[in-house]
Design a binder for this molecule. Sequence first.
Ligand SMILES: NC(=O)c1ccc[n+]([C@@H]2O[C@H](COP(=O)([O-])OP(=O)(O)OC[C@H]3O[C@@H](n4cnc5c(N)ncnc54)[C@H](OP(=O)(O)O)[C@@H]3O)[C@@H](O)[C@H]2O)c1
Length: 307
Amino acid sequence: MRAAWYTEHGPPEVLTVGEQPDPRPGVGEVRVKVGWSGVNPVDWKSRGRGRASGRLQIPHHDGAGVVESVGEGVPSTLVGQRVWVHGAAHRRAGGTAAELTCVPLAHAVPLPDDVSLRDGACLGVPFLTAARCLDVEEPAASVLVFGAGAVGSAVVQLAGPGVRVHCVVRREEQAVHVRALGGIPVTLDSLPDRIDLVVDADPSEDLPHYAERLARGGSVALIGAPAGLELPLRRWMANNVTVRSVLVFTLSDRVLSRCVDTVSALLRRQPPATPPVEVYGLDEVAAAHARAESPGPRKVLVEVGGG
Ligand SMILES: NC(=O)c1ccc[n+]([C@@H]2O[C@H](COP(=O)([O-])OP(=O)(O)OC[C@H]3O[C@@H](n4cnc5c(N)ncnc54)[C@H](OP(=O)(O)O)[C@@H]3O)[C@@H](O)[C@H]2O)c1
């Protein structure tokens, strides 16, 4: 199969494109013919950092395609099923930047007929993360998200009816995007007074702006945790604020299944909306990474088999 890979960490140029052996589905796995592969910050951050291992890594956790064969224990009736794929490269060498990827059955979720493979490749990391961030004990009526990228956009779409989702934006184009989704663009000077849930990837920068605005029983979902981060836990404890760290790849099976259900429910209502999509070919995967790393927001996709 054709695939993109790297064997050492570094800039996008460490990515190579060429031929690799077809992967074989293991017990409980499906082999997916990849149509589209989604690029997320975790993909380029993982490529850029880390110790040289010499181990081959095909990047990208997210994708969409068609089940092409199944491993032991998986019904063969699934062959031909259109699926969206998540977590393909987590502790696995074979991500979705390849013509074929093998994943456990739970990581290949049926895609409704009216949702394109291209849209399906936008779902995994950002939508499951958003679903988990919104998975709070106390209903949140006022949500604050820093950024209007893939995760911010997904939070706006997955929050229930009547929930006000405020996205902190830095540019007018981002404000336009948020309004189009039904969210409320805000700046650091216009944050809501009362916030029930914050979704924050960079708390060392953002926290001083919202620490005092969390409502009693509110929650903070940290999707990034810089080294040395200090949280105002005494202040928050006085208000029963819950702090949760969220990493989409290590959710328990039960929570992951709940988050997948949340995304599937959205897909039954509407196709997913993302920041403006930019498409690259598999041969252009290094350019795709370079673009994804530059200020956005945009959703970068790699077209593998298309469809
Ligand atoms: N823990 C997890 O499981 C998990 C899962 C998904 C994502 N994440 C993390 O969450 C972050 C967002 O992911 P994404 O997929 O949404 O990325 P993305 O699509 O690239 O979007 C990021 C957007 O957020 C904006 N932004 C970043 N920090 C901001 C801030 N402090 N205030 C206002 N806007 C801000 C950026 O603005 P500019 O365009 O101005 O740069 C960019 O437009 C990344 O750091 C990612 O690594 C974590």
